[in-house]
Design a protein around this ligand. Sequence first.
Ligand SMILES: *Cc1c(COP(=O)(O)O)cnc(C)c1O
Length: 382
Amino acid sequence: MNEAREPYLLTPGPLTTSMATKTAMLRDWGSWDEDFNGLTASVCRRLLEAAHATETHVCVPLQGSGTYAVEAALATLLPWDSKTLVLTNGAYGQRMIRILKYLGRDLTALDMGDYFPPSPSQVDAMLADDPAISHVAVVHCETSSGILNPLEAIAEVVHRWDRRLFVDAMSSFGALPIDARALPFDGLASSANKCFEGVPGFSFALLRRDVLKDCADNAHSLSLDLYDQWDYMNRTGQWRFTPPTQVVAAFASALDQHGAEGGVAGRLARYTRNKAVLVEGMRAMGFHTLLDDRWLSPIIVTFHAPGHSNFNFKDFYQSIKRRGFIIYPGKLTQVESFRIGCIGQLFEEQMRGALAAVRAALDEMAIPDGAPRLEDLTKPVF
Ligand SMILES: *Cc1c(COP(=O)(O)O)cnc(C)c1O
């Protein structure tokens, strides 16, 4: 199956892109030219529209992968005397903690391990307890497990305590609804190669205009200073430093396709269908999801590794790859797992193809079913 085609990427980005997106890269652009400036402006305008943030926020793009936008947004938004409560339940929450340590900004953390979302009532108690906490940072969809955190409820608590919110919406923006009119955030970061289905090469932050105008002196780094990037772009229409021109052109095409699919709602419907087909088919083979149904996201799903003694991830991966699909290793601390993504140019047909590849891989390894080790299924009680 599919031997002639490049493999489908069932991963959380970079992901499988459409032919139209790839084709949009076959042109050279002058980085100072008005045609390219127009492309950048339209990309920023459409990203603000997707979050209903045109009235309140600005969009600042930045060269580099998603982490660059997270680090730059934190460096730009956080005053030197700020203290940030980081809500973490996986690798990307942990990464924000590392970033704050590099930045030399004070922080405290609520660490939920791998399985559970931070609860709004715990956040409420921590904010009540510590008036020095000025900011809260949260990951919307924690891609290391696929867990969907209760962003709206957390934002409500943060707002009630009059603290400022930063959201890593890397793997959710474009597919899960984010409405700045109802969700009070100062900053939100995402990147080109996730749910908008562009190619990797730049990231972006939506920053509250009223807040950003007072952030000229926060950043420790020239290249990561989003105030400077925004100010320069505002005055000239250009990026400060060499922009990834082909990537921006591909992204503009990806945004056209996002709109044609019905925007956020259309994309969410397709990813939700992908997830349903995937989870049902994997469960029929005996696999278990790491998370309870109520926390599963339509972005990526973590499965326990089969408990059978013949199983090893490397051979499983290679066997599935030979059949035309790339899956993703687990990123958990405690149990053996792997992940299968639902995002990118994937449809029900590809999800069924991936399921057939998983079945064939199990057969090849003489593993009857995907049932995990019993002891891996006991989770801490919450
Ligand atoms: C992909 C991702 C990032 C950024 O990762 P990069 O490798 O820098 O692109 C950050 N946070 C989350 C939740 C992600 O899914």
